[in-house]
Design a protein around this ligand. Sequence first.
Ligand SMILES: NC(=O)c1ccc[n+]([C@@H]2O[C@H](COP(=O)([O-])OP(=O)(O)OC[C@H]3O[C@@H](n4cnc5c(N)ncnc54)[C@H](OP(=O)(O)O)[C@@H]3O)[C@@H](O)[C@H]2O)c1
Length: 240
Amino acid sequence: MSSRKTVVVLDITGQLGCSVARAVASSEEFEVRGITNNLLNEGSWNLQGNIPLAVPCDLRDRAQLQKILSGAHACFLSTSTNFDDPDCVEKEITQGCLVADVCKSEHVRHVIFISQLHSNNICKIMARHLVAKAEIERYMRHLDLPLTCLILPVYYQDLCGFLRPKTSDGFSYDIEIPMGTIPLDMISVEDIGPIVVSVLSQRETYLHKTLSVCGDKLTVAEMAYILTKHLRPKQAADDL
Ligand SMILES: NC(=O)c1ccc[n+]([C@@H]2O[C@H](COP(=O)([O-])OP(=O)(O)OC[C@H]3O[C@@H](n4cnc5c(N)ncnc54)[C@H](OP(=O)(O)O)[C@@H]3O)[C@@H](O)[C@H]2O)c1
């Protein structure tokens, strides 16, 4: 029987869950129990590497969550905001709090949660994805879970996703990030998995702490310079 401690990683079909699952799977101290809420497309996920098959689980179902968290040493949780849904804040909070409740009842010894600052409390801005996560964190602290929170910046990979530069001619690309000359905190999502493993293996050091992690701080002009350097003859520029 394996002496490695089991870490439940939720949503391993996402960029972040996948990074964490792969890092945990390749550690010597831990083994991964990877979970997906995607019950429809079993087998069609792009897990980009060698990790055990995902276990499908309806994350709204307490009994299923109890089964997957039973006997687990740790749980890695990030929640997602569906901005198309007017009730997304309540739904995200409900989801996160349910996982928190089950972590408590199953005596999970370390919970790592991707949190955020409460923008509404801090500066009266209702950024739904931030507020939902801050409220889940508040509930986790109320439960006195053995918690470590991570606060993540934008991924470099987002420059190929929702921050993808716009082009009309396939040659000039405009980066539409309204930061002016203020540098933006960024990180590679691939670096987050190893950070999580480091936190897991130093549980006592990181319990009840919040870590704000960052790979680099880049201005949009610096992003444009780097993209242009590596993608010549294509050219990128700050659009704003
Ligand atoms: N992207 C960034 O720059 C960034 C920066 C800081 C923090 N974060 C945080 O990191 C976490 C993961 O982000 P990511 O970019 O890695 O996500 P992603 O690649 O878009 O993956 C999201 C994952 O969440 C699952 N999911 C569960 N419920 C969902 C819902 N209601 N709506 C959408 N997806 C849902 C998806 O499952 P299926 O698709 O299989 O259903 C998928 O596995 C989130 O908490 C996000 O706020 C992201």
